[in-house]
Design a protein around this ligand. Structure first.
Ligand SMILES: [Fe+2]
Length: 496
């Protein structure tokens, strides 16, 4: 079997598995739940699943395969670039059964096309079938994650995902750190030249990871784990939400207008116990689990309280994928495909595909450690950075032009998609991991903070609002530190 055919066969299998997941995420919901309330941070789910199929049809069958559209009005219903978000609740969408039939019909035609070894079409720019199969697969997985966080937002029941899952709830089957491993100290990372972005040598790469480019970065220290609920609870109980000096100016404006006193899905029970809402259930906080569903402002304020700051994108990516020299005092030119090396993810290395049913404790999965000892740099949760989302030097939009370019300069954050091509995996990591920067504007995005502080760095002394790091004057603003230095963050945009 030729490599291309083998890859396509794997993609077909992944498309089927992902579709099963998509269907499992919505099949238990009522017709009313599949529409739901009009909120800026979610989509009506009956629209969302129809859009998944439309996207597959558009790119693989119509654009690449030159086939006529299956639906006469499909573009007017399901093209996210055309259909304004706030109108999606009122569209004459396909009925539930017709939506499912459309989804199945498209997928089978896509698989037929992928399995037809006699044809290897390319578009005018040279993008081939393999590229578009990857694109529609990852797009569906991103929307699966969006469906999951929509279920959290709307207090729908926990999805009943059984495919490939283990049998015990989170925290009970996740290997923790070996005795003696010190996760409380920072990982010390030497300075040097680091290649940010993807060099495209592992297959599919999103346009916003290109082009890889070298950046000189000073030595830094970064926490080995994400911030836990227990960590964040201390900030909350130290009146962190009531002290304006800990917040940026726009962050404080958000906090006061939202009347936020703690993370949105937390609830105090009694004097010293906290609960968190997991879908439609209130459960124990789980102090060892990562803090989630905090927006960028909250993560930033926490860092200021802790005397730390969020890492920039390049710092975070270096911590995840860089490799030190043998003596540990410098950086090699090597970059790992995954934090732990080149081997594929396993359940012991990353909490992906909902394989633990829940988040896992921040100190678990020691096999996930990066070369510098940073844990869980892939999976479990998304993480905030200090960086805005901007193009790399030489950026050229891919075929799906709405994926990155419209969001440059409008969003920030980052997470474990930094290795570009490595995420031919479900984007469902643990539960409802919201990735959309727009969510953060409304204060209800997710992601823990992995706070960082550099030696010899005293950002408290820099000018800026309330001691804000100088490169981050306010949310969504251009950084303006050094226009030659592309401090960025990578985000998967799920609403396009
Ligand atoms: Fe989409």
């Amino acid at each position: 079997m030729a490599p291309t055919e083998m890859v396509n066969a794997q993609l077909i299998e992944a498309l089927r598995e992902t579709r099963n997941r998509t269907l499992a995420l919505v099949e238990d919901l009522s017709d009313a739940q599949l529409i739901g309330p009009r909120l800026q941070i979610v989509n009506p789910l009956r629209w969302e699943v129809g859009h998944i199929a439309w996207f597959q049809e558009y790119w693989v069958l119509r654009q690449l395969g030159d086939q006529p559209p299956i639906l006469q009005q499909g573009d007017l219903l399901y093209d996210s670039a055309r259909v304004a978000h706030d109108t999606r609740w009122e569209l004459p969408l396909l009925a539930r059964d017709k939506t499912l039939a459309y989804m199945e019909r498209v997928l089978e035609r896509v698989i037929d096309q992928a399995g037809d070894g006699s044809r290897s079409p390319k578009d005018a720019d040279g993008y081939d079938l393999n590229y578009f199969l990857n694109l529609v697969l990852l797009h569906e997985q991103m929307h699966d994650e969006a469906i999951a966080y929509t279920r959290q937002t709307l207090s729908y029941p926990t999805p009943a995902l059984a495919v490939g899952n283990e049998t015990k709830p989170a925290g009970q089957n996740a290997a923790s750190s070996p005795a003696g491993a010190d996760l409380t100290s920072d990982a010390e990372i030497p300075g040097g030249i680091f290649t940010l972005g993807s060099n495209c040598d592992h297959g599919f790469t999103f346009d916003n990871e290109l082009l890889a480019h070298d950046i000189e970065i000073p030595a830094l220290a970064i926490s080995k784990t994400a911030v836990s609920n227990g960590d964040f609870k201390q900030f909350v109980e130290d009146r962190g939400y009531g002290r304006s000096e800990l917040w940026s100016t726009p962050g404080w404006q958000w906090r006061t207008s939202a009347k936020a006193e703690h993370p949105v899905y937390w609830q105090r029970e009694g004097s010293d116990r906290w609960l968190r809402r997991s879908f439609d259930e209130w459960v124990a906080l789980g102090e060892g689990l990562p803090v989630v569903h905090v927006n960028w402002y909250e993560a930033d304020a926490y860092c200021r309280w802790a005397g730390r700051r969020l890492p920039t994108e390049v710092e975070w990516e270096l911590a995840a994928s860089g490799v030190p020299t043998v003596d540990g005092h410098g950086l090699t030119t090597n970059k790992r495909r995954y934090p732990w090396g080149d081997d594929s993810p396993t359940a012991a290395r990353a909490n992906l595909d909902w394989n633990k049913f829940e988040y896992v404790p921040v100190d678990s999965l020691p096999d996930s450690d990066s070369a510098f000892g940073c844990r869980q740099m892939i999976g479990n949760v998304w993480e905030w950075t200090a960086s805005d989302f901007k193009p790399y030097p030489g950026f050229v939009a891919g075929p799906y032009k709405e994926y990155s370019e419209p969001w440059f300069g409008k969003s920030q954050g980052a997470s474990w998609r930094m290795l570009g091509d490595t995420f031919a995996l479900s984007f469902i990591t643990a539960t409802e991991i919201s990735t959309r920067p727009i969510d953060a504007m409304y204060g209800r995005a997710s992601g823990p903070a992995r706070c960082k502080v550099s030696e010899n760095e005293d950002w408290h002394s820099h000018s800026g609002s309330a001691g804000f790091p100088p490169w981050k004057s306010h949310y969504g603003a251009s950084l303006g530190v050094d226009s030659e230095t592309p401090w960025q963050s990578r985000l998967a945009i799920t609403d396009v």
